[in-house]
Design a protein around this ligand. Structure first.
Ligand code: CTP
Length: 475
């Protein structure tokens, strides 16, 4: 197969020119070739040369008048950006690994050696960039595919070039990559490979949590992320870094009463929310919304199974999980925590006569995340009974109507009390102290309950009244 007419980026012709002049063999390789064949958008280009990657990069960059070349001497790689694409150069390598470490012992090698040491057949394909092959036949654009990656693409199969036990123990991160690609590309992991992952799952322990979460997040951002989570669970990879999610699995029965399998419920919610959002952290909120169901589970002879307080306990579990997975601990984590904490509130609103004060409270607590909270609440309806789902969704339409109406009237979405702490201190001539907080809180409650309007005049009147009750007088 020849792919020369697909090689539209100017770097390829430039590589050909330099490689031919130097008499070295150069190839495009890896994810670039895979995505070209799959007709997925191209992100970066990897070039392998039987020789020095750094020298080739420097000369190619000169011809293209590309910007700065960044050299990583220790790795023997160099890269530059050109026409919006990152192009990386490396010498072909033969690698063998030391057990218990991802650090390879690197030796120069041929293109075959280099292809051998890659993760999957679909990632081991290369495209020849020299004008002619060593046998002197025209070769620019020829596919070099020793493991039949092309066929595996057609069959939608992930297979390792070597014995899977070797490929996965060389680099255990590849087990996560297998699951991620299976989920992202809708491919099957070939059965020997799958068994090898089950056998080697524990070796994930030598991989940094950062690398694990990069693969996990790519999986979560795919179209149907539940596929990935099922694979992670079945191979026991999930057990290595996310025991709280493993604990969601299973159904307990007592007195003939069972509860739903919260693992399946969670990944169903995740699939549902993924149809409506590309916000990674909102997807994480779906993953974690019921995370505290196992530790809060109780059986009541009258009520059956209950999970009281799982939203609150769940929100408190979020930091530990984020820390372990080395996910960002600032606003992203706080956002996930807030959604987990509030995830039951919209449903509570549908179960009562919707009062303005309940709506105001939710608006003031959710703030600008109210729309995301409603997306989560809608995704959380996973009944098999379609009529029931329909009815709940209609109820939510009512809640949203009410939210809009109340927000328009009262503007409490990003609630700022109309009387500030400074104003209270000035009015009564007192220093920072307990009564200030008490008065502020009472004013907020009164506004949210609808006892007074969200206006300064009414708030000041209440402040004076409360102050008087505490024995405070205007200074
Ligand atoms: N590779 C590998 N083992 C790894 C990581 C990468 O063998 N643990 C090889 C594969 O041949 C891969 C190439 O290095 O195609 C480039 O890796 P990377 O850029 O991380 O991933 P891509 O395959 O390009 O996929 P994506 O861009 O979707 O992350």
């Amino acid at each position: 197969m020849n792919l020369s007419h697909h090689l539209t980026h100017p770097v390829f012709k430039a590589v050909q020119q330099v490689a031919d002049r130097k008499g070295v063999q150069a190839f495009a390789i890896g994810g670039f070739v895979r995505d070209l064949i799959l007709e997925r958008p191209c992100k970066d280009i990897d070039i392998v040369v039987e020789g020095s990657g750094i020298e080739l990069a420097r000369e190619v960059a000169k011809i293209l008048k590309a910007g700065r070349v960044t050299v990583f001497k220790n790795f023997g790689t160099a890269m530059f950006h050109h026409h919006g694409v990152e192009v990386e150069f490396v010498g072909a390598r033969k690698e063998s690994y030391e057990r218990g470490s991802r650090k390879p012992i690197v030796e120069d090698g041929t293109i075959e050696d280099d292809q051998n040491r890659r993760d999957f057949t679909i990632n081991a394909m290369a495209i020849r960039l020299n004008a002619t092959s060593p046998a002197n036949a025209p070769s620019y654009g020829d596919l070099v595919d020793p493991f039949d990656g092309l066929q595996d693409i057609a069959l939608k199969i992930l297979r390792t070039p070597l014995d899977p036990n070797v490929t996965y123990s060389d680099d255990p991160l590849r087990m996560m990559r297998a699951v991620r690609f299976a989920c992202q590309l809708n491919f099957k992991i070939e059965s020997d490979s799958l068994q090898s992952i089950e056998r080697n799952a524990k070796r994930l322990e030598i991989i940094s949590r950062e690398r694990i979460h990069v693969e996990l997040n790519k999986m979560i951002m795919s179209e149907v992320p539940s596929v990935g989570f099922k694979l992670l669970f079945n191979t026991r990879l999930l057990h290595q870094f996310f025991p709280e999610m493993v604990a969601l699995k299973g159904v307990e029965r007592r007195n003939g009463i069972g509860h739903k399998d919260n693992f399946f419920h969670t990944i169903e919610v995740l699939d549902r929310i993924s149809k409506n959002t590309d916000n990674l952290w909102l997807r994480w909120a779906a993953i974690l919304h019921d995370i505290a169901k196992p530790p809060t589970k109780r059986f009541h002879p009258d009520l059956g199974w209950t999970f009281h307080g799982h939203e609150d306990r769940g929100a408190r579990m979020v930091p530990k999980i984020f820390k372990r997975l080395k996910l960002p601990l600032d606003h992203q984590m706080k956002y996930v925590q807030k959604l987990v904490l509030l995830h039951l509130r919209p449903i509570a609103l549908t179960q009562e006569e919707i009062s303005d004060s309940a709506v105001r409270r939710l608006l003031s607590e959710a703030g600008d995340d109210i729309d995301d909270l409603m997306i989560l609440a809608r995704a959380d309806i996973t009944s098999k009974n379609e009529a029931k789902v329909e009815r709940y969704l209609l109820n939510y339409d009512e809640v949203v109507k009410k939210l809009v109406e109340v927000e328009k009237k009262d503007g409490v979405r990003n609630f700022q009390p109309p009387v500030s702490g400074e104003e209270i201190m000035e009015t009564f001539g007192i220093p920072p102290s307990r009564p200030i907080g008490d008065i502020k809180k009472a004013i907020k409650e009164a506004i949210l309950d609808g006892d007074i309007p969200n206006e300064q005049e009414a708030a000041r009147a209440l402040m004076l009244e409360l102050g008087a009750k505490m024995g405070l007088r205007p200074a």
